[in-house]
Design a protein around this ligand. Structure first.
Ligand code: SF4
Length: 357
């Protein structure tokens, strides 16, 4: 079942939707609850990349009224970003102070090794110590996996070394396998104004909705359709279904909608034309998301499209180029064997632009 509430009164909408569902039946006052938002970068939620703190506050108030006063908030930002900085810039430090909560930076956490679907994966210990895990992703686009929502948000539950490892082993399969090990008890999706193009935000599109459910495959496959994709087009959703994580949305899926009078007239549509247009210029071999996104942004801003017909060799990026001696331009430390290599792990978009110039 998928539950959706529409509007702009974010905190109240979250609280109200939680009250309408049988969440209380699964909670006990003595439970250790962990909330996992998406704070991939240190940017406020209205830029379309990170979870609105008002949603997390709605969850905190709901838990508090039930008798769980101190849930913890755990996250590890992407490679190259400091989680502390994201906690501060995204409003979570203020939130934690207001309610006396613990903020856990999973980059500094102990790691537990688990095996699933033939893959051995390192996962931050915090998530095994919780009794009730609430996943609070943002519904948005992603320059490599097309979209990100419930299933992919769990990538913030792994250490940085493991994030690189995922990109080296195909990204989609390990994301799906991770979801067979970590199984959040509840998913509360921030569908307020996610960027349908980039996980890093910058092009927020108001869609003014919060979605709640317990099946991440069902939720993600429904959300894929909101972005204009067939669920089968997103590989990690397909793998997660194959691995038994959940079911794909279908005509029989029960969808409860509340405050539909607030539903925006526009639909959130696929706006990934930018990524599609620039991808042919790139030779990607297992690049990390932060690296790839920086290159896309840099190519866009540098106006390189004008020179498309003069580019004879693709720009190399990714861990697959490590240790190789190569011609042409490479981006990131992994491509230091290229004739021209732009350093950084990941490099910033601004450094890439300067180097390209
Ligand atoms: S240089 Fe880029 S692709 Fe290589 S490990 Fe660093 S972030 Fe990942």
């Amino acid at each position: 079942m998928i539950n959706i509430i529409y509007g702009t009164n974010i905190l109240e909408m979250t609280y109200e939707l939680l009250c309408k569902l049988p969440v209380e039946k699964r909670l006990r006052c003595d439970m250790k609850v962990v909330i996992k938002p998406n704070l991939v970068v240190a940017k406020p939620a209205d830029e379309g990349a990170t979870t609105h703190p008002e949603i997390v506050e709605g969850i905190i108030r709901f838990l508090k009224d039930f008798g769980i006063a101190k849930p913890a908030i755990a996250e590890g930002s992407w490679l190259g970003e400091k989680t502390d900085r994201a906690f501060l810039r995204c409003g979570y430090e203020t939130l934690a102070k207001r309610y006396g909560l613990q903020l856990i930076d999973t980059k500094k956490d102990n790691v537990v090794k688990k095996t699933a679907s033939g893959l051995t994966l390192g996962i931050c210990a915090t998530f095994f110590e919780s009794d009730f895990l609430i996943n609070v992703p943002v519904l948005k686009g992603h320059c490599q996996t097309t979209m990100t929502c419930c299933l992919k948000n769990l990538k913030g539950c792994i250490p940085d070394s493991e994030k690189r490892h995922y990109h080296n082993i195909g990204l989609h399969q390990p994301i799906a396998a991770l979801n067979t090990i970590l199984k959040p008890d509840l998913h509360v999706i921030d569908g307020i104004c996610g960027d349908p193009v980039f996980e890093e935000g910058g092009n927020p599109v108001p869609s003014n909705r919060i979605l709640i459910g317990t099946d991440p495959v069902l939720l993600d496959s429904y959300c894929a359709t909101l972005l204009g994709y067939l669920p089968e087009e997103i590989d990690y959703i397909r793998y997660a279904k194959e691995y038994g994580v959940g079911s794909l949305v279908n005509k029989g899926t029960k969808i409860n909608e509340f405050q539909t009078e607030n539903r925006p007239k526009n639909t959130v549509q696929n706006q990934c034309y930018l990524v599609r247009e620039l991808a042919p210029l790139i030779d990607d071999r297992n690049a990390c998301s932060a690296c790839y996104a920086a290159l896309i942004l840099a190519l866009n801003k540098s106006g390189i499209r004008k020179f498309n017909n003069k580019i004879t060799e693709k720009i190399k990026i990714g861990q697959g180029f490590r240790g190789e001696q190569l011609t042409g331009i490479g981006v990131g430390n992994c491509t230091q064997g290229c004739k021209y290599s732009i350093p950084g792990c990941p490099p910033s978009a601004v450094n890439i632009i300067q180097a390209l110039k």
